[in-house]
Design a protein around this ligand. Structure first.
Ligand code: TYD
Ligand code: MG
Length: 454
């Protein structure tokens, strides 16, 4: 049961606002109820608090935006792009999953969020107080951090600590290291991970404490973990990038309280993860000298255009089957494009090993990158350099036709802003007004390749 500290009304379910006196965040759990024990059992039961929980149906048109969880009192990370990504900060009582490969910077990011907030509880089953403390010192320039630490892998401790200290934010690093006492299997198993996440969901709902859980994923995403949790949690964030590179992308795949499909571009520096104001500029900064096999394309990261360099290297196959390797491009897609180049354009692709790379550890998994990938390969085989002022985007179809893609106008504007002079693009009806960028609409890959050959 929950009791409002202002008007003393009791209610069975927690909500952000007392239904009687309408005071915010005054509901507190009262002990000696069987419900409390439930905190340590799985079974989230869909009782997601926060909305007006009464037995009768609610007239939706009367529910105002300010009744929604998180309309007030969101917790800010102070990293502007991260707060934007979350739709204005962390919502009280919400459960956020931060997924990513080991070593990508998850602990760093959550520590930065913890430092920006006050009264945070950091629970780690991976690192000692010394290790986490060291990171805190490193990231906390003003020496004002107010973060408490508990090192445990026992979920009963996690549950107890969050209920006892009612922190402004609880961080659980990582979900794979926590062991729920009700489940017999090893920590990190699917059953454990789900039980821990379910219990945290209920805990967050009941206490109003926002919880961030960290989940490790491997490159192929196969390990028990984040994938199985996505439908459970309120928000799914993924931190991506190449460990060897400093660029990181924080994506929001699911958000019950804000927009999805957004991305924050961050840079891993000595001072932690910092927002990048001009990601395209940063990515193109280190462009090599003009060499065959390099073409710039424009991807869309959520709503933001991002210029990236695609590199292809081809060399004559000396033994056996020609090799196809790709980084940042799906190998299956690469094989289709090679088949188009071979069958439709007559390029001798089966005599070449082909390696394709997207600079900056970025995933070019959009069809828009097709044209640039084809051009890069053709340019490498022909040993002809494509001028660096040229940019290309468009989907390549199986008969070599170049197909329309979405948000072409945004991509062109960004290309112009970055000083490109010439854009090869699919045919489109409404071209945006451009001053310095010349646009050449192309209908099929052949015309493009003929140009390269000259
Ligand atoms: P970490 O947050 O520990 O990764 P994860 O929790 O995802 O496994 O950080 C990974 C790397 O980041 C580590 O190799 C050190 C580096 N790093 C920085 O470059 N700058 C910093 O300010 C910090 C704290 C870490
Ligand atoms: Mg970590």
């Amino acid at each position: 049961m929950f009791k409002c500290s202002a008007c003393e009304t009791t209610t069975a379910k927690w909500s952000g606002k007392c239904l009687k006196c309408e005071a915010w965040r005054t509901l507190e759990e009262i002990p000696d109820e069987p419900k409390q024990k439930k905190g340590l059992r799985g079974g989230g039961s869909g009782s997601h608090g926060g909305f007006l929980n009464v037995g009768e149906p609610i007239e939706l048109r009367l529910v105002s935006a300010s009744d929604a969880p998180g309309a007030r009192g969101r917790l800010l990370s102070k990293i502007s792009s991260v707060d934007e990504l979350l739709g204005g900060g962390l919502v009280p009582g919400s459960l956020v999953l931060l997924a990513g490969e080991p070593g990508i910077g998850k602990s760093t990011l959550v520590m930065q969020i913890a430092i920006a907030a006050r009264g945070v509880l950091y629970i780690s089953g991976e690192e000692s107080a010394e290790q986490v403390g060291l990171r805190t010192h490193r990231l906390d320039n003003n020496k004002t951090a107010d973060v408490k630490f508990i090192g445990t892998t026992d979920f009963a401790h996690v549950d107890g600590a969050i209920r006892k200290y009612k922190p402004s934010l609880a961080i659980v690093d990582s979900v794979q290291t926590m062991r729920h006492p009700d489940i017999a299997s090893e920590a990190g198993s699917v059953a454990q991970v789900r039980a821990v996440a379910n219990a945290l969901m209920e805990l967050a709902n009941q206490t109003g404490v926002p919880v961030i859980i960290i989940g490790h994923v491997t490159k192929d995403g196969s390990v028990a973990g984040p994938k199985t949790l996505e439908h459970l949690v309120d928000v799914v964030l993924a931190l991506e990038g190449e460990r060897s590179d400093r660029l990181r992308f924080l994506r929001c795949f699911k958000n019950r309280f804000g927009p999805t499909d957004e991305v924050a571009v961050l840079e891993m520096l000595e001072t932690g993860l910092q927002p990048v104001a001009d990601p395209s500029g940063l990515l193109l900064e280190e462009r090599s000298l003009p060499v065959p096999g390099s073409v710039v394309t424009c991807l869309m990261d959520g709503n933001r255009p991002l210029l990236v360099e695609i590199q292809a290297l081809t060399s004559r196959t000396t033994f056996g089957f020609p090799q196809r390797r790709a980084q940042g491009v799906d190998v299956g897609r690469l094989q289709i494009l090679l088949a188009v180049l071979g069958r439709r354009m007559g390029l001798p692709v089966d005599q070449y090993d082909v390696f394709v790379n997207v600079v900056g550890g970025i995933q070019a998994d959009e069809p828009a990158a097709d044209l640039a990938i084809c051009m890069a390969i053709a340019s490498s085989i022909a040993e002809k350099t494509i001028p660096q002022s040229v940019l290309a985007f468009g989907e390549v179809g199986l008969s070599g036709e170049i197909r329309k893609i979405k948000q072409a106008d945004k991509r062109l504007k960004e290309a112009e802003r970055q000083g490109f002079k010439f854009a090869l693009i699919p045919q489109m009806k409404n071209l945006p007004t451009l001053k310095t960028l010349k646009v050449a609409p192309v209908t099929d890959i052949k015309t493009v390749l003929d140009k390269i050959d000259k």
